[in-house]
Design a binder for this molecule. Structure first.
Ligand code: CO
Length: 209
């Protein structure tokens, strides 16, 4: 209980800090949001989106789930992307994975994990797509890290399959990015994914009219 209560003490201190720097801080926060970024990352407690990016409240719209997936029939994730793109009109969509991801690790073992099975299936499908490349990597950590990277590429691809994103690409050139966070160094790495190449290679059945 004492630990839980300390959270409210932290909150009170935070309010004092913010007000000391700007007495209008909360008034301004209450006026609305116009973030330029949509960040889709992992729920892992070590991947604190705003803190890693050095962004303040109001600057980034955040969606986090296990292993930073963009799943076609996940109403939650799809609604977040739709709202961020069409209504908030974010300029950038970022898919950020991280090395040493528990979700990605779990998907590399053929264990029955109950309701996690259909979720992790999305990562297992990524494994199957790149099976040859991944199976050739003998070191487990290296193979895991590579699957983290490939998963980001595939989730970026999934973002590009969405009509709302295709439209925003045409109308206002919304930018899509794939990043990786590394706990060992704290470094956020831009994978420099060639978005135009993915768009060119994507089969035209995904190009919705
Ligand atoms: Co993770």
């Amino acid at each position: 209980m004492a630990v839980i209560n300390s959270i409210f003490e932290n909150n009170a201190q935070w309010i004092q800090q913010k007000l000391a720097a700007d007495p209008e801080y909360f008034h301004k926060l209450n006026l609305g949001q116009a973030p330029e970024y949509l960040y889709i990352g992992c729920s892992d407690s070590r991947v604190t989106a705003e803190e890693i990016m050095g962004l303040a409240p109001g600057e980034v719209f955040v969606h986090r789930n296990i292993a930073n997936l963009v799943v076609n029939n996940d109403l939650n994730g799809q609604a977040v992307i739709h709202f961020a793109v069409r209504h908030l009109k974010v300029k950038h969509i970022i898919i950020s994975g991280h090395y040493n991801c528990g979700g990605v690790k779990a998907s590399m073992q053929p264990d029955d994990l109950g309701i996690l099975n259909p979720w992790l299936r999305n990562i297992r499908d990524v494994y199957r797509m790149y099976q040859e490349e991944l199976d050739a990597i003998e070191d487990y950590t290296e193979r895991n890290d590579r699957l983290v990277e490939l998963n980001v590429i595939e989730q970026v691809t999934n973002v590009l399959k969405l009509k709302v994103v295709q439209q925003a690409r045409k109308e206002r050139n919304i930018q899509i990015h794939g990043w990786i966070f590394d706990f060992k160094t704290g470094k956020l790495k831009n994978m420099d994914i060639d978005i135009e190449k993915i768009e060119r290679d994507l089969h035209r059945i995904y190009e919705l009219k």
